[in-house]
Design a protein around this ligand. Structure first.
Ligand SMILES: C[S@@+](CC[C@H](N)C(=O)[O-])C[C@H]1O[C@@H](n2cnc3c(N)ncnc32)[C@H](O)[C@@H]1O
Length: 251
């Protein structure tokens, strides 16, 4: 079964995207700089000053939608697409009602009922959510001023095929934000399709090397950033990761 269709991951991602700092991390000594990742993927990576009026944005692998809503602070139309029906149903409900109740796991079967809330100052009617495969997007999507793919590339079967379609999706001067901890796993991506994380001709090939090779003909690499993030499994177990953001501008 697709893990992103399970109750467990729906709850974990609602907390990851919408949890208040104290709801996620009850420990004063914890890695607070890793909180609010879905917000920071937009606030720290998208150059909002250079966006045109009526900008269009696309959030690929949007999960339960927080970055899609954050993009709507700066863009008048934002489409969130994800392969998980459950995630898209939840994101669409949040777009409709602004809130969504869920259970946070604390310990074993002990849970706390929380409510995910889209910030009130975000125009939710600028957003729409749809089920889709980022590797086979519908041809009627049009083109975008910003495309965000947060923690997506290492979950794809064919990341190179995905990257090859990006030039057609992004307007000249538009921004591409890719973030990923580069956790390559054969259960998602066959080894021969990894973009990096292996030796080639006795030299280490990083995923950033692979991204440069795939994208440089059509994009300039503007900068890279290290973005920590924290996913809570329960009150005493967390995944602390450091994604690399690479921020590109369409030639
Ligand atoms: C690691 S999660 C990241 C979610 C979100 N962007 C974030 O940063 O929290 C990967 C997401 O990609 C989605 N996904 C996996 N394969 C996909 C595909 N082929 N097309 C669209 N979404 C996909 C999953 O359902 C999941 O929501």
């Amino acid at each position: 079964m697709n893990p992103y269709e399970t109750d467990k991951l729906v709850s974990e991602y609602l907390l990851f995207h919408y949890g208040e700092p104290r709801e996620v991390l009850p420990w004063d000594f914890g890695p607070a700089s890793a909180l609010n990742y879905a917000v920071r993927c937009v606030s720290e990576c998208v150059e909002v000053a250079s966006l045109p009026q009526n900008a269009r944005a696309l959030d690929l692998g949007c999960a339960v939608g927080r970055s899609t809503f954050e993009l709507a602070r700066h863009c008048t139309e934002v489409i969130g697409i994800d392969y998980s029906h459950r995630f898209i149903d939840v994101a669409a409900a949040l777009a409709g009602h602004g809130t969504f109740p869920y259970e946070r796991t604390d310990e074993g079967a002990l849970t706390t009922r929380l409510i995910a809330k889209v910030p009130a100052d975000i125009a939710r009617d600028r957003t729409s959510f749809e089920h889709g495969d980022a590797q086979r997007l519908r041809e009627t999507l049009g083109s975008f001023d910003v495309v965000l793919a947060a923690n997506l590339i290492d979950r794809l079967n064919d990341p190179s095929g995905f990257l090859a379609h990006l030039p057609a999706l992004i307007k000249s001067g538009g921004q591409l934000v890719l973030t990923s901890p580069y956790t390559w796993l054969e259960e998602f991506t066959p080894r021969e399709n990894w973009l990096g994380g292996f030796s080639a001709d006795c030299l280490p090939r990083t995923t950033l090397d692979g991204l440069r090779a795939a994208l440089s003909a059509h994009f300039d690499l503007m900068q890279t950033k290290d973005l920590p993030f924290l996913i809570r499994e329960h009150a005493r177990k967390f995944q602390w990761s450091v994604a690399q953001a690479s921020i590109w501008r369409r030639k």
